[in-house]
Design a protein around this ligand. Sequence first.
Ligand code: ADP
Ligand code: MG
Length: 361
Amino acid sequence: MINEINGQINNDLKNNKRKKCHAFFLTCLIGICIAAITGCSIGYEDYSASGTAMDTILTANIRVKGSENGQNVWNELLGESTRLEQSGLSRRVESSEIAAINASAGSEDGYPLSDEMENYLELCLELSEETDGAFDISIGALAQLWNIDEAAENPKAFVMPTDEQILAALAVSGYEKIKIEDHRIYIPDGMVLDMGAVGKGIFLGEAYSVLKESAISGVVAAGGSILTYGYKAGGNDWKVGIVDPFDTSEVIAVLSVEGSGYISTSGDYERYVEYNGVRYHHILDPHTGYPADTGIRGVSAVLTAENELQNGLLSDAITTAVFVMGEEKGIELAEKYGAELLIVRDDGSVYMSDGMQKMAD
Ligand code: ADP
Ligand code: MG
């Protein structure tokens, strides 16, 4: 049908010069219609998809550049999450670099690090120092002992660790025992590294790089961790809901985020088990060996995405750290890294940094 119209226009052009101009515009118009009908590029393609990755739900709503293809960009995002998990970060996957490092525990030769992993680990160690060990990726043995991830799925499988077991797990933990030298890492016997607190943030950092190449704007979410990229069409801010820890079907705030940013949340409601009337959750205090208990139920942080890779990891690490450190020290930490902070306290009251308050208005 559209070809017929084009044919008609071509005939007119042969016979009548005056119609040339009109025909040109008509052809352009038809061209635009064809593009709109087929969804092909007139500068962009709106693309939405969701799937499971990194133990959580991954979603993307992106405006892809006209030169790209939405499905390909989505595949790239999925591929990145699989690569990070399978060959990088998961302590449970034998083929991953973290699993190999863990297997090298106690070895005098240590383990040779990829540049990428070395960067991530150095940042994590910096965070450990800044938080006096409240954030510590060397608590893997403790995380394995509590095994909250599994207990959250199957509460009957939960076994309360004994104090001796907790002390033994703490004895093989401690970031200050990790040595990185000449691109090799040395960890002591029994130590287990666990990147669970930063995996989604690292992924979103990589997602930023993917979108920078292929998209005009969009949102990528890995569970409750979110990347906003670019400026939404129409000039409106991105709207990001923060879950109410007291009723996870509700939001406690809706943030207006301008431009690119990482929004991350840690809470005692995400993975937990109830045992003898007590809630045991997955964010552990490396000083006590027990789930952190500092009067906080949920922490959210927003960091700009300007420094893409680093800030994805940082926003994720900061929320875990603040949860463990408590409000006072947590606020100081967030300020140091330029993160806006929202804390939901045990009594339901809410703290927001000034910048966060503006976003929530
Ligand atoms: P979620 O993964 O639910 O978003 P977090 O980002 O807060 O929550 O990460 C929690 C995970 O981090 C735990 O499942 C565990 O693997 C790891 N972890 C627990 N406590 C600590 C800690 N004090 N420091 C670093 N990592 C931790
Ligand atoms: Mg985290």
